[in-house]
Design a binder for this molecule. Structure first.
Ligand SMILES: Nc1ncnc2c1ncn2[C@@H]1O[C@H](COP(=O)(O)OP(=O)(O)O)[C@@H](O)[C@H]1O
Ligand SMILES: [Mg+2]
Length: 365
């Protein structure tokens, strides 16, 4: 939960006299006062900007790393994935968020050619799933939820075996792994058997295994589940390196809310269905409220803008609850009312609130 205490901003408002709001519109004492009508007007402007962005997205459709249409998986009578459609753009950090049993692994396993789909069309870098699976396998890397490496073999033997699968000699594997040796502290565990490694060390080897064929897209199925915070951080830093330095498309599944915060694009999956598809900010705007705590001694006198929203007065402050997408009003409100503000706090909604609002349940309930 982010709490911003507003003394600095307030000082800024007083000194400048006029402030430029986040949406670029000027507001100050004497200029247009924010009221319900203006809020609606501004909301419309925001919606138009979003529409333009959507159109831009459409133009970029040919750059999709992954296109999924009406994908379904039935296990006998049980539908694990219920006709989902989405696209992942090349270079995107894409996150699939859902609880245990939501259908994340089933989806990933179908996309990676491991599990046969019941219905639907999928293309991975323009290769069609079900028809061009060999070509797809060359373009993807996958870190499975449960490792597929051989516990009895050493790290070295496991990686050589995997390299041979891609036609790589031992020397070629060693060459390829040179940049990872230090970053992932591989040297120290190189001759140790996989089953003797810690959870974090295993995860690192799993990721390296998935990179041996220089994939264009890396699928990671709950890569940090069960890891200690230190190992989680190492894995996380490495994913960031692959995204930023190697420009790799990342497809991550997780049930950790905080892990989707930095994603470019998030899909929330619930019981095999997509319940939301947006950016983390978009999700927060749509499915959470922002709370403005306005400390004032102007009790009884209510600003017109405050009246637009769900609000209450407690002892020395108003609590104004505004939908995430309308929280842009706060800057204007603070500017217009700066003489009546003793202090303020802005409490933004969290990703946990997003899940609660979407499904009616807390994550893990
Ligand atoms: N091999 C299987 N046979 C039958 N049902 C399965 C099988 N694998 C998964 N399921 C069911 O499909 C649903 C989705 O599972 P899964 O994709 O593993 O979810 P997640 O990865 O999000 O935890 C769950 O209800 C699970 O019990
Ligand atoms: Mg799973």
């Amino acid at each position: 939960m982010h709490v911003h205490v507003g003394r600095v901003a307030l000082f800024f408002c007083k000194k400048r006299g006029k402030v430029q709001s986040r949406t670029g519109q000027q507001s100050a004492e004497g200029t247009e006062k924010m009221n319900c009508q203006n809020v609606r007007k501004r909301k419309k402007q925001n919606a138009n900007t979003k529409k333009n962005k959507k159109l831009k997205r459409k133009d970029e459709a040919q750059m999709n790393a992954l296109t999924v249409k009406e994908l379904r998986k039935n296990y006998r009578e049980h539908t694990a994935v219920d006709g989902i459609s989405f696209a992942v753009k090349e270079g995107e950090f894409f996150a699939f968020l859902g609880e245990n049993g939501a259908g994340k692994s089933t989806t990933i396993n179908m996309l990676c050619t491991i599990l046969e789909k019941t219905e639907g069309q999928v293309t991975v870098f323009d290769k069609e799933l079900g028809k061009e699976d060999d070509e797809i396998r060359q373009k993807i890397g996958i870190v499975f939820q449960n490792s597929v490496l051989d516990g009895k073999l050493s790290v070295k033997e496991n990686l050589y075996t995997r390299g041979a699968y891609y036609g790589l000699s031992k020397k070629a594997v060693r060459e390829k792994l040179k940049p990872f040796m230090k970053r992932f502290e591989l040297e120290a565990i190189w001759n140790r058997s996989y089953e003797k490694l810690s959870g974090g060390q295993r995860r690192r080897v799993d990721i390296i295994r998935a990179l041996l064929n220089d994939p264009k897209i890396l699928f990671l199925d709950e890569p940090t589940t069960g890891l200690d915070p230190m190992s989680r951080k190492i894995v996380w830093d490495y994913i960031e390196y692959l995204r930023k330095e190697k420009k790799m498309t990342i497809f991550l599944t997780t049930h950790y809310m905080e892990e989707v915060r930095d994603a470019d694009h998030v899909i929330v999956l619930d019981k095999g269905r997509i319940v939301a598809d947006d950016t983390p900010v978009g999700l927060k705007n749509k499915y959470t409220h922002t709370k403005l705590l306005w400390y004032t001694d102007r009790s009884g006198e209510r600003d017109e803008l405050v009246r637009c929203f769900d609000h209450s007065y407690e002892a020395d402050h108003y609590i104004v609850k505004m939908p995430g997408e309308e929280s842009f009003c706060i800057t204007d409100f603070l500017s217009v009312n700066r003489d009546a503000i003793k202090d303020y706090e802005i409490i933004k909604g969290s990703m946990d609130d997003v899940f609660l609002n979407l499904t009616g349940r807390k994550m893990g309930e």
